[in-house]
Design a protein around this ligand. Structure first.
Ligand SMILES: [Zn+2]
Length: 143
């Protein structure tokens, strides 16, 4: 079992309670870091300009801008953002655990949303039909 560091705790606490419940379960089986939950307009615009997000923050808002945040960015720990195939594979491995955890919590009526992952926006389990990969990104979707 692993525990969140202070930065991860702070970021996760800015998220919707469903995200908190999911990732407090996920860290029991895989070591992870919560990179970012709630995001200000200023930060969103910065990411848009840098090409890190497709949302400009005004006309197209990110779910990170909700308060509490309806989106969270999470990485396996230790963090490796290199383009190496096996570094990326760690995010796919994590996403499977997140889906399994979220589906279980949903069946147990402990959460009220489904999860959408930035590595498979349309949730069809095909990863080659994506125009934009955001592998650390998970967001809540109403059922
Ligand atoms: Zn995100």
């Amino acid at each position: 079992m692993f525990i969140f560091n202070e930065k991860s705790k702070k970021e996760l606490s800015s998220c919707h309670k469903d995200l908190q419940m999911i990732f407090n379960e996920v860290i029991k089986v895989i070591n992870i870091s919560v990179l970012e939950g709630y995001r200000t307009l200023e930060t969103q615009r910065k990411y848009f300009k840098e090409g890190k997000s497709r949302c400009d923050g005004v006309n197209n808002k990110s779910l990170h801008q909700s308060n509490p945040s309806m989106a969270v960015d999470v990485s396996p720990y230790p963090i490796d953002f290199s383009e190496k195939e096996k570094a990326k594979a760690r995010f796919y491995f994590l996403a499977g655990i997140v889906f399994d955890t979220a589906n279980r919590l949903l069946r147990e009526n402990k959460i009220t949303h489904r999860i959408v992952w930035g590595g498979d926006w349309n949730s069809n389990i095909k990863f080659d039909d994506q125009s934009f990969d955001d592998l650390p990104h998970f967001e809540l979707k109403s059922i």
